[in-house]
Design a protein around this ligand. Structure first.
Ligand SMILES: [Zn+2]
Length: 179
């Protein structure tokens, strides 16, 4: 379990579109309040990032924390690139530490939470963004879906005929690890 394997997962996930990540450095900070209570929009998150964030807009800052309380079901969250200019210190992703590759969260310990949040960090939306309608997730070759799903719901088709973006079954395989 470690950050170097998380970077490997990013490079696997973002290999097809040609994004490359190299581990720059890892710092470790002991702060139980930031670690346990650093959910989105919290003062703990703000303090953590203000103290720890490094680099400019091309440097991905990954904070691995333990969401608890209100945020105990959260796997991670991210900023989008369009917010960098107005809030550079906020830039980065925050992920549940147990999702790092080899971590103890069964079925979620391959680093894909980090890949998912990094997708947002480079500007990608969920495939259910905008439901079934244009412009959807703003990516022309991903099939839209009306709502989020969990697991691998083969044959699920939430964008039925009649919607603007109609047709095929919901996406379950459009992910580089599965190719
Ligand atoms: Zn997301």
């Amino acid at each position: 379990m470690g950050m170097s394997h998380q970077i490997d997962a990013l490079n696997l996930g973002f290999g097809p579109p040609g994004l490359r990540f190299a581990l720059r450095n890892v710092t470790r900070t002991v702060n139980a309040d930031w670690f346990n209570n650093g959910g989105p929009g919290t003062p703990q998150q703000d303090a953590m990032k203000a103290s720890l964030r490094q680099g400019g807009p091309s440097v991905l800052n990954i904070y691995s924390v333990n969401f608890s309380g209100t945020w105990s079901s959260l796997l991670g969250y991210s900023t989008f690139p369009q917010t960098y200019t107005s809030a550079p210190t906020d830039d980065g992703i925050v992920i549940l530490f147990t999702t790092l590759p080899g971590g103890p969260l069964a079925s979620y310990n391959q680093g894909k939470t980090g890949v998912h949040e990094t997708g947002h960090w480079v500007g990608l939306y969920h495939t259910f963004q905008g439901s079934c309608f244009e412009p959807g997730d703003y990516v022309a070759d991903t099939q839209p879906e009306a709502t989020p799903s969990e697991g691998c719901m083969e044959g699920r088709a939430t964008c039925v005929v009649g919607d603007v973006l109609e047709g095929e079954v919901d996406p379950i395989r459009e992910f580089a690890f599965n190719f």
